[in-house]
Design a protein around this ligand. Structure first.
Ligand code: CP
Ligand code: NVA
Length: 300
């Protein structure tokens, strides 16, 4: 693994390795033990869009591993004035040991990786959110002890997080049902790739998706960049909410995931988010451990 652009780039064994290392790092951290491994490594974080979890978790992870993070706001770089991604990649590769990049367009991440001589990590694009799924799979592993044979139901928008969930959960041998409104389906190529690995269905009934699910997962109805279509989206998605009814349709021991930030009362109710089935805040904590494991596995 040289970079992490798509979660689909990782083999099943590589995902298991990252998850198991993350679980170990979490246990050691809770005992006050910090593994080092990034001494004298400088990790650049370029964000074209806002972030709370991804940025903070990568900065903390880098520091705790003995490295040094540099946050680079897109608009403060010459990128904002038209310097090319390719030239930026070439120059930053001379200073940095790795580049974490959150970009509007997935092609920006691919271009950065093509021209950088150091590892590039996709910290969210319009197509995928692989770092999120590493933490989510870690959470599933902690809660369920296995991946194989689990059923995950995605309720809501067929967005970037959904695409990465399909690719990675199918890779791990899980069944995937996506329930979304017509017109908001996940990426068709990704669905086909997922279907070659495991049963993946895209349907339109949230209760049918939730039926016998071990894991329920949702995300905002209005992703960063979709704000102009808010009114239309609020109408289209009003049925696609994880509430008590959807939760009661899933297995008795189902867990609920949300990548956050949540719009409480829209895609998820307060009751479910703060209820006993929610693993959402452990999932958010696991961003730190999973990203730390990723930084250790990449050739920074
Ligand atoms: N889930 C996630 O990536 O959150 P941030 O946008 O806060 O980084
Ligand atoms: N789908 C959301 C995820 C945020 C972490 C977005 O792209 O805005």
């Amino acid at each position: 693994m040289k970079s992490l652009i798509s979660i689909g780039d990782l083999t099943k064994d590589e995902i298991v390795d990252v998850v198991q290392l993350a679980v170990r790092l979490k246990a050691e951290r809770s005992q006050g033990t910090f593994v080092e491994g990034l001494q004298h490594k400088i990790v650049g974080m370029i964000f074209e869009k806002p972030s709370t979890r991804t940025r903070a978790a990568f900065e903390v992870a880098t520091v705790e591993l003995g490295g040094y993070p540099i946050y680079l706001n897109w608009n403060d770089l010459q990128l904002g004035r038209g310097e090319t991604i390719a030239d930026t990649a070439r120059v930053l590769s001379k200073y940095l040991s790795g580049i974490v990049l959150r970009a509007t367009s997935h092609s920006t991440i691919i271009e950065m990786a093509n021209y950088a001589s150091v590892p590039v990590i996709n910290a969210l694009s319009d197509l995928e959110h692989p770092c999120q799924l590493l933490a989510d799979l870690m959470t599933i592993y902690e809660k369920k002890g296995t991946f194989s044979g689990m059923k995950i139901a995605w309720i809501g928008d067929g967005n970037n997080v959904c695409n990465s969930a399909i690719l990675s959960c199918a890779q791990m041998g899980m069944r995937v049902d996506v329930a979304c409104p017509p017109g908001y389906e996940p990426n068709a190529d990704i669905v086909l790739r997922g279907q070659q690995l495991s049963p993946v269905r895209v349907i339109h009934d949230p209760l049918e998706a939730a039926s016998a699910a071990d894991i329920l997962y949702t995300d905002t109805w209005i992703s960063m960049g979709d704000e102009a279509a808010s009114a239309q989206r609020l109408r289209a998605f009003s049925r696609y909410r994880i509430d008590e009814k959807v939760l009661n349709t899933a297995k008795d021991d189902a867990i609920v995931l949300h990548c956050l930030p949540a719009h409480r009362g829209q895609e998820i109710t307060d009751e479910v988010m703060d209820g006993p089935h929610s693993a959402i805040f452990e999932q958010a904590e696991n961003r730190l451990h999973a990203q730390k494991a990723l930084l250790l596995k990449l050739p920074l």
